[in-house]
Design a protein around this ligand. Structure first.
Ligand SMILES: NC(=O)c1ccc[n+]([C@@H]2O[C@H](COP(=O)([O-])OP(=O)(O)OC[C@H]3O[C@@H](n4cnc5c(N)ncnc54)[C@H](O)[C@@H]3O)[C@@H](O)[C@H]2O)c1
Length: 263
């Protein structure tokens, strides 16, 4: 284990890190010295991320778990505590939407509503609930939640997703207040358009996807889609001691989309 780097000596758990934004976060945390636990329901993806980290000379452990199962979450936390004895950083990154973008009050079934709320909100509660007692015992920690700009500026076809992420936004702030006395900081990141497997599948499913992509790109002031690493650099700062006086904040990483009405 490296004691060097901006997260040297720390133990970090990143959920949903078998691909996409989570993988970018896990790789950067490990590069900056954290012993990084890659949690994903897709075991092959988790192992691939851990392998990439190890190839880079970092320390990683891959754990398969569905973070919507309280029992599986407990098992993950027990295994991490069993191996490392502590969890300094938790990044709740699991989330997602409908690839077909038909998430409206008309089209959503009750099951689809529950699925999206659970995936984007309850998942964050369940993992935080299980990890926080250990952070309290060890005297502190840092939690980062992946939210989205849809939490405050939404778009058609994302009703349950946007509602769930708005819930995650306020859960982040309320938890920051509850946990400050335990020296636990809780912050969020609101990404914009980040190229990941989920994002690509969504765009590729849309009719006229090339034109849709071009019109979205035209609304990004910095002139390009984001990468997982763009999000990871903000996560790194929030998770590190450099952000020691920052809690209850949601930082937008969107190339400027939400800065104004027009690009
Ligand atoms: N890509 C974007 O443009 C974008 C924008 C804003 C917010 N986000 C948010 O960023 C996060 C990651 O998005 P992404 O685009 O990288 O998605 P992705 O689908 O490419 O990756 C998500 C990972 O989470 C895992 N996962 C899903 N449900 C799980 C569960 N119940 N238990 C354990 N693992 C689970 C998947 O297997 C996958 O490896 C999500 O919370 C998403 O809402 C993404």
């Amino acid at each position: 284990m490296s004691s060097h780097g901006r997260l040297g000596g720390k133990v970090a758990v990143v959920t949903g890190s078998g691909q996409g934004i989570g993988r970018g976060i896990a790789r950067l945390f490990a590069r900056e010295g954290a012993k990084t636990v890659v949690v994903d329901m897709n075991e092959a993806g988790a192992k691939e991320t851990a392998g990439l980290i190890q190839k880079d000379g970092g320390e990683a452990m891959a754990l398969k778990a569905n973070v919507l199962s309280a029992a599986e979450v407990k098992s993950v936390v027990d295994q991490v505590i069993g191996k490392y004895g502590r969890i300094d950083i938790l990044h709740n990154n699991v989330g997602g939407w409908q690839k077909e973008a038909h998430d409206t009050v008309v089209d959503d079934t009750e099951q689809e509503w529950d699925r999206l709320i659970d995936l984007n909100l309850k998942s964050t509660f369940l993992v935080t609930h299980e990890v926080v007692p250990h952070m309290i015992k060890q005297g502190g920690g840092a939690i980062v939640n992946t939210i989205t700009i849809n939490a405050f500026l939404t778009q058609p076809g994302t009703a349950a997703y946007s509602a769930a992420k708005a819930g995650a936004f306020q859960f982040t702030r309320a938890s920051a207040l509850d946990l400050a006395k335990h020296n636990i900081r809780v912050n969020g990141i609101a990404p914009g358009e980040i190229e990941t497997p989920l994002w690509l599948a969504t765009y590729n499913n849309l009719p006229g996807s090339a034109q849709v992509k071009a019109s979205v790109l035209a609304r990004i002031p910095l002139g390009r889609f984001g990468t997982p690493e763009d999000v990871a650099f903000t996560a790194l700062w929030l998770a590190s001691d450099e952000a020691r006086y920052v809690t209850g904040q949601i930082i937008t990483v969107d190339g400027g989309i939400t800065a104004g009405v027009y690009p």
